[in-house]
Design a protein. Structure first.
Length: 105
């Protein structure tokens, strides 16, 4: 959690949201759920507060991730179409535990 907060301070809106979604994906995977299709545990306003962005920026950024083919999104549902691309945008490197967990499945 601390590392996530520190890294969020130096990222743009796309990178922040990609990091948030990839972190959620990893958590769901560790719990035995689908890492690619899940319901967001909070609304866009709460996500914005958590990431230090306004809800409008969250909405625009989600649309951009959709246009770039990384995700599909409903009101609170997320389907990750390109996990590798999302991880790269989030700034995960090849030695990150998240990347190894994703690649091992």
């Amino acid at each position: 959690e601390h590392d996530l907060r520190i890294s969020l301070s130096s990222k743009n809106s796309e990178e922040k949201l990609a990091l948030f979604l990839s972190s959620l994906s990893t958590r769901f995977q560790l719990l035995g759920y689908s890492p690619d299709k899940f319901e967001l545990p909070m609304g866009r306003s709460d996500i914005g507060n958590y990431l230090g962005m306004v809800p409008e920026t969250i909405s625009r950024t989600v649309k951009k991730l959709i246009r770039n083919g990384l995700i599909e999104a409903g009101t609170r549902s997320i389907f990750i179409k390109d996990r590798k691309g999302l991880l790269e945008l989030a700034g995960h490197c090849e030695v990150c535990p998240t990347v190894h967990l994703v690649n091992s499945k």
